[in-house]
Design a protein around this ligand. Structure first.
Ligand code: SAH
Length: 492
């Protein structure tokens, strides 16, 4: 089993930096023992202009069979390996992937102490695997690698060159080239996709594999058009694991959202806009505006949808009028932080009975969310891709249908007032969009119309005469054509 990685370079960025990036010196051949044989790393060429690292895996077939029968993961042997004659020693497969992750672990995680700036750089890369078992053939190979930014050259390997009439083997010769990837990304792609193409894992798949797949796959896997096929094959077609992985992949993207950053940015906006009096952070003003709306509507049972780390949940808990508070978020990490901050485990029984944290995605309808007085979506909608917004709309306004819904989102017009924000940038790296007042109102009015709500709008933060307030709030009320505020005005 054999794989090479080649890069080219210049006098400022010599190709031999590959040695630093892989943490393996180009002048030395090194050998590493693995539980199924020996992995050799050496450099067939190492010049300033061009450098190639080779990984050769010399398998111990006996060790493999023993390992499968003995104390291997889960202990169940792979049927294909329960014999001494098989293709494992010759073909690149999941074993090569395992060796890759073992020998080049730092590089895979993007760590390079000697050349940290290079680890984050995109490199010209060429990966060659002379014999890769590829179930699904050249077409699938292309479908797997091309969306990731690779130019793919793939040729089937004939069964026997002397007898072309025998046709092709299930092996291909694969050459991948890219100018747009970091070495770390390239290694992650190989680690996941080589076994996927082989489609015959060498050890029993456990839910530990889900964790590994998620860690190495992460964001690129989530956005891959073949994410389902990849996940399913990687997990040896165990559907329960595949489902678990698909769910966790969705979380991954969102778990990277850090709402403490939202507050930091809000504070920065605040520091710049209100210098005279002691400024109230925008996040605090936003919570106050939300609480005011909930009090006005006499809501007692409240959903905080996309509750993040639980700041609003905590504020709700401080007021006895809110008898039932449910925080929902898709990010397990955010919920864990919320739970710790709220000290849920040390709360008295009466308090604890008032609050619940649920993990779930707002892009799906959820029976648990039905029948509440009010739902809050504070700085949440802009974290969804626009095409997913109708799903959230239906889950909240169509299915959960609380009497009152409070939605807040940034007003993009206000961004020009924020000096430290470069022109054209959003306020948070996970924001999928930021709306003008007009865009938000158009959306909110259409939602209200579709689901039988009335809607009114309120500014949060200083309402600039030209660009409006930093945060915009929509207050929806079920089953009226007039908003309650309009009704009150009429009655008065
Ligand atoms: N409401 C909080 C947090 C806002 S950050 C506040 O006002 O400070 C956005 C939050 O929405 C994050 O915690 C993120 O995990 C969550 N989120 C994003 N998409 C979601 C989805 N589809 N389902 C549930 N929560 C989601």
């Amino acid at each position: 089993m054999f794989l090479t990685i080649t890069t080219t370079g210049t006098p400022e960025h010599p190709a031999t930096d590959l040695g630093f990036l892989l943490h393996k010196h180009p002048d030395r051949a090194q050998a590493f023992a693995t539980s199924f044989g020996t992995a050799h790393v050496f450099y067939p060429e190492a010049e300033e202009e061009r450098c190639t690292a080779a990984l050769l895996l010399e398998l111990d077939a006996v060790a493999l069979v023993r390992r499968g029968k003995g104390k291997g993961r889960g202990g169940a042997p792979d049927a294909a390996l329960a014999q001494y004659v098989n293709d494992r020693p010759y073909a690149a497969s999941s074993l090569l992937a395992v060796a890759l992750s073992k020998v080049f672990s730092s590089a895979m995680h993007g760590v390079c102490k000697a050349r940290p700036e290079r680890a984050a750089q995109r490199l010209p890369l060429r990966v060659e695997v002379p014999a890769l078992p590829a179930r699904g053939g050249p077409d699938l190979v292309r479908r797997l690698f091309e969306p990731l930014g690779w130019a793919v050259a793939v040729e089937p390997v004939p069964l026997d060159t002397e007898f072309p009439e025998w046709g092709d083997s299930r092996y291909v010769r694969l050459v991948l080239e890219s100018e747009t990837l970091t070495l770390s990304a390239a290694l992650r792609h190989l680690y996941v996709l080589l076994p996927v193409l082989d489609d015959a894992k060498h050890y029993w798949v456990s839910s530990d594999e889900v964790r590994k797949l998620i860690r190495v796959g992460g964001a690129w896997l989530y956005f891959h058009p073949e994410v389902k096929l990849i996940t399913n094959r990687y997990l040896s077609r165990r559907w329960s694991l595949t489902r678990e992985a698909m769910e966790r992949l969705e979380l991954i993207r969102l778990a990277e959202t850090d709402d403490s950053e939202v507050e930091e940015i809000d504070n920065a906006v605040e520091a710049e806009t209100e210098q005279e009096e002691k400024p109230t952070p925008l996040a605090v003003q936003r919570r106050e505006a939300i609480l005011t709306a909930l009090r006005e509507r006499a809501a007692a049972r409240v959903l905080d949808l996309g509750c993040g780390e639980g700041h609003l949940v905590r504020a709700l808990l401080e007021e006895p009028r809110f008898t039932e508070i449910v925080g929902v978020d898709v990010s397990v990490r955010a919920l864990a932080i919320a739970s710790r901050r709220l000290k849920l485990d040390r709360m008295g029984e009466r308090q604890a009975a008032r609050v619940q944290l649920l993990q779930g995605s707002l892009a799906y309808t959820d029976k648990r969310l039905k029948g509440y007085d009010a739902a809050v979506l504070s700085e949440v909608i802009e974290h969804l891709d626009l095409p997913r917004l109708p799903a959230l709309e239906y889950a909240v306004f169509g299915s959960a249908r609380p009497r009152t819904v409070v939605v807040t989102t940034p007003n993009v017009e206000y961004n020009v007032r924020w000096e430290s924000l470069p022109a054209g940038h959003v306020r948070h790296r996970d924001h999928r969009f930021e709306w003008t007042r007009e865009e938000f109102r158009t959306w909110a009015r259409a939602v209200a119309e579709r689901h039988g709500y009335a809607v009114e709008f309120r500014p949060v933060g200083p309402d600039d005469p030209e660009v409006g307030p930093p945060t915009q709030l929509a207050l929806f009320t079920l089953g009226t054509t007039e908003t309650p505020t309009e009704k009150e005005a009429k009655a008065a």
